[in-house]
Ligand binder design. Structure first.
Ligand code: ZN
Length: 325
């Protein structure tokens, strides 16, 4: 890979780099990526140079847009048609329940298009997006939440379980497709996948973080450990865990109108940088920029669930998951 491309590609989220390379190496038929706006033009050129077709699916906001990429233009056409058909079906299903069967059928068609494992398509079709939490609950209950295999972060779909063989094989296949591409890029991706992840939900709402030593960084911080811990305990119920960390650009960024004292958009642009993070596992989180004391996140289940629905409630939320190679 050219050095000039490296500079740009590493601005994609590691998972999206994996999916892009999987498409390029014919390991994956089609992929949907989140693209930071500042590398959008580069990505178009990169795709054109590599005979990859690209189409914007949106929505586009002030941070990113969503695109699909494939070596086969008919797949992109199918994706576009399915997106508008889904919109039509969802509206129908609200009025006449029978249409819900077709909504499930559509999940199967989309799953087949992306080449997802049948066991995973089945769970997603039957139980919807919130079923993603199941795999995380299994990681927790079996004590594997601090040693998640790296493959688990390398695929795009919602896995039917934390041990789904087909899913882990797919993740391995995508990671291996990096071997023939670039050692430097592979090293970059694996080091990012090995960072601990703080989850709001087992879906796409997560941030990666690199834990920092307080002793080493103490001098440069505006917010001391003592001050933050006191503040965090005033906002969250025990048991509260706290850590100092560096947060790189998350998978997506969200901005929303906030209702103080809460700041619930997750992950939001204020979360990047040197952060104090406190969380009550399964319940909520409180995060402050350690260098300028700006509030980055304050969210609790009892504020959040009434907005998104009880189905998203899970013990696996608001926790740190760690990986191993
Ligand atoms: Zn599965």
């Amino acid at each position: 890979m050219k050095k000039s491309d490296m500079k740009f590609i590493v601005q994609l989220h590691p998972k999206d780099i994996i999916l892009l390379i999987a498409v390029l190496t014919k390991t994956k038929p089609i992929a949907s990526l989140v693209v930071p706006l500042k590398i959008e033009e580069w990505l178009k050129k990169f795709c054109s140079r590599n005979d990859i077709f690209i189409q914007e699916d949106g929505p586009r906001d002030s941070f990113q847009t969503r695109v699909s990429v494939s070596l086969y233009p008919e797949k992109l056409h199918l994706k576009r048609e399915l997106d508008s058909f889904r919109y039509f079906l969802n509206k129908k299903a609200q009025q006449v329940p029978e249409w819900k069967n077709l909504v499930k059928g559509l999940v199967w068609v989309e799953g087949a298009m992306y080449d997802y494992p049948e066991c995973c398509i089945k769970l997603h079709a039957e139980e919807g997006p919130s079923s993603r939490a199941r795999a995380y609950e299994q990681l927790l209950s079996s004590g594997r939440d601090q040693s998640v295999p790296i493959e688990f972060w390398a695929f795009a779909h919602a896995p039917c379980s934390s041990t789904c063989i087909k899913t882990l094989e797919l993740g391995r296949k995508y990671l291996d497709s990096l071997n023939e591409f670039s050692d430097v890029l592979k090293e970059h991706i694996e080091s990012r996948l090995l960072l601990p992840r703080f989850y709001q939900t087992g879906g796409g709402r997560f941030i990666e973080l690199k834990q920092l030593s307080y002793q080493k960084h103490q001098q440069k911080l505006m917010v001391s450990k003592e001050k933050f811990e006191k503040e965090a305990r005033a906002h969250l119920p025990e048991p509260v865990q706290t850590l100092l960390c560096k947060v790189p650009r998350p998978y997506v960024l969200i901005s929303a109108t906030e209702k103080p004292p809460y700041k619930m958009a997750f992950p939001n642009p204020e979360m990047m940088g040197t952060m104090w993070l406190a969380f009550a596992p399964g319940y909520g989180a409180y995060m402050v920029n350690a260098q300028n004391s700006q509030l980055a996140l304050y969210i609790t289940s009892d504020k959040w669930l009434p907005i998104v629905g009880e189905k998203w409630k899970s013990e696996s939320n608001y926790r740190i998951y760690k990986s191993k190679r």
